[in-house]
Design a protein around this ligand. Structure first.
Ligand code: CMP
Length: 143
């Protein structure tokens, strides 16, 4: 079964949006297999966002993501990487359709509430970076 890494960013935590975000994933039929509150170091965020190293916003992004707690999660389900990205909306909330998480909950690209892995390969890399194997649970969906 496919898994993806989802994180509620510091702005999402401050605005009390964790429940809303978890509700959307549960209602879509996905399974939460790991979840923890964590304040990441800037070094950790630099590794997480390594593919954005050459962008002008890399430094600010990593600093911001380390500035407060994050809700780090692993979700599981069929085609979840692609479907979660659709649920999130576009990276820029201003281009996100109503009904998507960013389209409903935010307007600023630098405070876009949530992160979701963009490919199956990156999902594997990000899950390994944020979670140990024994922090993830295997359990059956409801019958
Ligand atoms: P995320 O899905 O976490 O992936 C990379 C993040 O970089 C993205 O969400 C935004 O928060 C951030 N980002 C992307 N483009 C810009 C930009 N032009 N200015 C500031 N932050 C950006």
């Amino acid at each position: 079964m496919e898994r993806t890494f989802i994180a509620v960013k510091p702005d999402g935590i401050q605005r009390g949006l964790c429940g809303e975000i978890i509700k959307r994933f549960e209602q879509r039929g996905f399974r939460l297999v790991a979840c923890k509150m964590i304040q990441a170091s800037e070094e950790h965020m630099k590794t997480h966002y390594a593919d954005l190293k050459e962008t002008p916003f890399y430094g600010g992004l990593c600093k911001y993501m380390a500035s407060g707690p994050i809700l780090a999660m692993v979700w599981e389900g069929r085609s979840i990487v692609k479907l979660a990205r659709m649920m999130l909306g576009e990276t820029n909330p201003a281009e996100s359709k109503p009904g998507s998480i960013r389209g409903d909950l935010c307007i600023d690209i630098g405070r876009n509430v949530i992160h979701g892995s963009d490919t199956v390969e990156n999902a594997k890399r990000e899950i390994d970076l944020w979670f140990k194997a024994d922090e993830m649970l295997d359990y059956a969906p409801c019958a």
